[in-house]
Design a protein around this ligand. Sequence first.
Ligand SMILES: Cc1cc2nc3c(=O)[nH]c(=O)nc-3n(C[C@H](O)[C@H](O)[C@H](O)COP(=O)(O)OP(=O)(O)OC[C@H]3O[C@@H](n4cnc5c(N)ncnc54)[C@H](O)[C@@H]3O)c2cc1C
Length: 245
Amino acid sequence: MSSAISVTEPIVFRWQPAEIIAIAPVTPWVKSFRLRCDLAHNYRAGQHVDVRLTAEDGYQAQRSYSIASVQDGSGTLELMVEALPDGEVSGWFSLCAEVGDRVELRGPIGGSFSWDGSDGGPLLLAAGGSGVVPLLAMLRRRVQAWPEIPAALIYSVRTRQEAIALPELERLDREGAGFDLHLATTRETGGRRIDAALVAGALLRLGRPEKVFICGSNRFVGAASDLIVAAGIAPGVIRTERFGG
Ligand SMILES: Cc1cc2nc3c(=O)[nH]c(=O)nc-3n(C[C@H](O)[C@H](O)[C@H](O)COP(=O)(O)OP(=O)(O)OC[C@H]3O[C@@H](n4cnc5c(N)ncnc54)[C@H](O)[C@@H]3O)c2cc1C
């Protein structure tokens, strides 16, 4: 089963208005924001947008946020923003943003860190913390149009409570339809960091991945890339995205 999505190239990098139409808590530190905007009609799973905020005195701040949703014809897209201590833009989203507020978006950006079923699989995804957001979009795209492609997600997060979209990911895993979740909680009793055994276990069930996407902090991406290459996966199939931190 497959369905085409429309992506017009070249992408025009102009700022576009967007209105927040819904806000929902995802974890104690992460909120979901659904925005109505034109570029909701034109993006691939895994891509991100730049968000620009403008204060009344004209001061502007901009940051990148991955798109969590897949195109669904609603004219809206979903971002998930983690509140960082003293974070300028994430702080505004977590403390101040309200339904009806307007921001500006630019994008979609990041064509090489994106996936659609025609790109192939099996798909190995590895995320640290909020780095799961673009990978969640890829999994949602897989469910939407390419459920036959095997996929696995290695997800490192401090505690289960802080895991983004855990009920959705665990439901997919339980359904057993070619998707396995490998959760590594680093700050819980009996928890662990992503290690060689975890990667080996994921690969054993998945088979040799044709596409690998890794996303998270600089440290997580470095560690996960090293482990996946050490497990015998060719560096050429690996794509990484670093959120900073
Ligand atoms: C391609 C891309 C996609 C991204 N997607 C998402 C997303 O989907 N959801 C999301 O929540 N964030 C995402 N980020 C991170 C986001 O762009 C911001 O860096 C983050 O929200 C912090 O911005 P701020 O203005 O709140 O913090 P700032 O005011 O810039 O910084 C506050 C403090 O946090 C530290 N800091 C800054 N960024 C990070 C970070 N990423 N991790 C840990 N500490 C940090 C700074 O060193 C500083 O001490 C993405 C980044 C990139 C490059």
